[in-house]
Design a protein around this ligand. Structure first.
Ligand code: FMN
Length: 387
């Protein structure tokens, strides 16, 4: 039975080839930061209030400058089309059916133009700044043509962290189909059939560039190598000039970095450690949030991701000062477990968990939660969260 996000994770584990499940599920080195993302949520307490006069519940709230029906959206996750055939289409359809935004990763099988032909709903794009600035410019133009108004630039992956599960599975050195790999993939016939139905997966946005190779595996390896390793604040300043829509910097944990993004005219940031996939030993995102909110003031848009598996995690993040929350693995598990229905199922589970928990807290709306914040989300220990 698929009762909560962990059930979707378990079904994804059974449906996907191990090499892809581990790629989604794993973190870097000892996975300490990945675990801290969860453990630090568990160290926060929600205040129970009873006998509160009932009011109509309202889960809508504003983030990224727009009011949305739910306080969370689908963040960028690479290669959704490898976890389920036409995965990006399935995810965007489920997001838009719930009225929430979807952010397409640079590393996607479907292109922005493909998705725009599919849906009129809010579509965001996540950019990895590439050394090849001509290709970067092409990606920005494709985003403009697709009517993307919010660009997320990811800044925490100039160097890819070592995820040891991927090393052991040979994922990092994978560039083409080998007989051994095919044999391993054939152990998951249902998944294989779903993928094969759509032909050889390929990164549509760079299909016209033969130098990236053929097929998603080779293209992914070459794209990863092409990420600009020298990215620095002056590139963000350049992007701020170049991109006329909203610009959000994704991958910030330090208050000083958040303040710098604000100073350069960015519209917001995502407090993120890439789901514990980059610097192992870095702070959890929820722990980083209070000091960042203090550094940037009340009006700068703060999104947060990392370890969101329960509606109560979302309540805690918003109570401590996030404007909105982004899902990563949670919906990737849903997609891998049950396609579009799985993504819709994960969104519905989280909505239900938020709704029930807020009611038990005697809080009528997300906006009320934002107003009351630290009065209703408190620490189990005196050390955490810092005042
Ligand atoms: C399989 C996988 C692929 C990802 N691909 C991208 C990506 O292409 N671009 C990006 O900015 N972040 C990417 N991320 C990071 C997510 O956007 C997000 O920061 C992270 O998943 C949040 O942690 P959580 O999965 O524990 O919720 C990826 C994460 C996972 C698990």
């Amino acid at each position: 039975m698929l009762v909560n996000v962990l059930d979707y994770r378990e079904r994804a584990r059974r449906r996907l080839p191990k090499i892809f499940f581990d790629y989604i599920d794993g973190g870097s080195f000892d996975e300490e930061t990945m675990r801290a993302n969860r453990a630090d949520f568990a160290a926060l307490t929600l205040q129970q209030r009873v006998l509160v006069e009932p009011k109509a519940q309202d889960l809508s709230t504003a983030y990224l400058g727009v009011r949305h029906p739910l306080p969370f959206m689908l963040g960028p996750v690479g290669f959704l089309g490898l976890y389920s055939g036409k995965g990006e289409f399935k995810a965007v359809r489920a997001a838009h059916a719930a009225g929430i935004p979807f952010c397409l990763s640079t590393f996607s099988i479907a292109s922005l133009a493909d998705l725009r032909a599919e849906t009129k709903g809010p579509l965001h794009f996540q950019l990895y700044v590439l050394e090849d600035r001509t290709l970067c410019e092409e990606l920005l133009q494709a985003a403009e043509h697709a009517g993307v108004d919010t660009l997320f630039v990811t800044v925490d992956t100039a160097i890819t962290g070592i995820r040891e599960r991927d090393v052991r599975n040979g994922f990092r050195s994978l560039t083409q189909m080998t007989p051994g790999l095919l044999a391993r993939l054939a152990l998951r016939p249902r998944w294989l059939a779903g993928i094969a139905l759509n032909g050889l997966p390929s990164v549509r946005a760079i299909e016209h560039r033969p130098e990236f190779g053929r097929g998603a595996l080779a293209q992914a390896a070459n794209l990863s190598r092409g990420i600009d390793k020298t990215l620095c604040w002056k590139d963000i300043a350049w992007l701020r000039d170049r991109w006329l829509g909203k610009l959000i910097v994704k991958g910030i944990l330090a208050p000083g970095d958040a303040a710098m993004a604000r100073e350069l005219g960015c519209d917001g940031i995502v407090i993120s450690n890439h789901g514990g996939r980059q610097l192992d030993g870095a702070s959890s995102t929820i722990r980083a949030l209070p000091a960042i909110r203090s550094a940037v003031g009340p009006d700068f848009c703060l999104m947060l991701d990392g370890g969101i598996r329960r509606g109560t995690d979302i309540i805690k993040a918003i109570g401590l000062g996030a404007d909105g929350v982004m899902l990563g693995r949670a919906y990737a598990y849903g997609l891998s477990a049950a396609g579009e229905q799985g993504v819709a199922g994960v969104i519905a589970v989280l909505e239900r968990e938020i709704s029930i928990s807020l009611a038990l807290m005697g809080v009528a709306s997300i906006d009320d939660l934002k107003r009351r914040g630290r009065d209703v989300v408190t620490a189990k220990s005196k050390v955490w969260p810092p005042s």
